[in-house]
Ligand binder design. Structure first.
Ligand code: SAM
Length: 241
């Protein structure tokens, strides 16, 4: 997969692209990342990319010309273009899976007060990473790159993403490692039992309980499997839910 990032601040990505799983995936050629400096497409001597908003108001707005010239310089038929925006669709794990099937992703990062709204017409989608406002789209694009690259074949051990939070609509069960007793805080007995069927049931039960507690919205929307329904009914009988 190729990812092209359109930004005014490519230097922000230095550590991100050379660290841990993302760094290894890029070294192995699983993902290729390139940057386009939007400022390189400005025409005036001071390389302005922004101007005052029509109608008045605070701050500066990124202009159509340099942004769209930068976009058109890299956009191909197989490109999927996303504009980072607090007004976009909320980003989800489902979307990360969809994006991991694309050949070429273009991530466009705004800054200042955002971009001229006519730019929206030239992208496939506006995407938001959460209900808050960042200084620029760079962190949002890193979030998208990270979540997509780790899903690409060869990035991490096959199967290790399958039981994670959001993959089946529930949050992941709690995980523990050595020691079994840390200053009196003990790992649940069942995990030391070696009984894989019981451990699997316990993990599903914990996923259900955790999702109900932390994300009632996900819990309500979840389509429970036959096995999950059985556990849910037992938890209801026991008054745990
Ligand atoms: N004036 C804009 C508004 O109120 O919606 C906010 C502009 S923000 C300061 C500058 C840039 O940061 C945006 O153009 C966008 O690229 C990025 N950005 C900010 N918050 C974001 C979010 N939650 N998700 C994705 N991108 C975001």
């Amino acid at each position: 997969m190729k990812i092209t990032v359109l930004t005014l601040f490519p230097e922000m990505y230095e550590d991100f692209l050379h660290t841990s799983i993302i760094g290894r995936s890029i070294d192995r050629g699983i993902a290729e990342v390139e940057f386009v400096q939007i400022r390189d497409f400005a025409h005036d001597a001071y390389r302005h990319v922004d101007d005052h908003p029509f109608g008045g108001g605070h701050g500066q707005v990124m202009k159509c010309q340099p942004v769209l010239d930068a976009l058109h310089s890299v956009k191909k038929e197989n490109s999927y273009t996303m504009l980072m925006s607090p007004a976009g669709h909320p980003y989800t794990q489902k979307k990360a899976h969809e994006l991991s099937d694309k050949d070429h992703l273009i991530l466009l990062c705004g800054h200042y007060e955002g971009l001229d709204a006519r730019i929206n017409e030239e992208v496939d989608e506006l995407v938001s990473i959460g209900d808050y406002v960042l200084t620029g789209g760079e962190l949002a694009s890193m979030v998208i790159m990270d979540s997509v690259i780790r899903l690409l074949k060869g990035s991490i051990t096959e199967g290790s993403t399958e039981e994670e939070s959001y993959e089946n609509g529930l949050l992941e069960y709690p995980q523990y490692t050595q020691p079994a007793d840390y200053e009196g805080k003990k790992v649940p007995e069942i995990l030391l039992s070696g009984n894989h069927a019981k451990i699997k049931e316990w993990r599903t039960e914990q996923s259900i309980l955790l999702t109900k507690k932390e994300r009632p919205d996900l819990f309500k929307a979840h389509e429970f499997t036959k096995e999950e329904k059985k556990i849910l009914q037992r938890l209801q009988k026991e008054g745990k839910i």
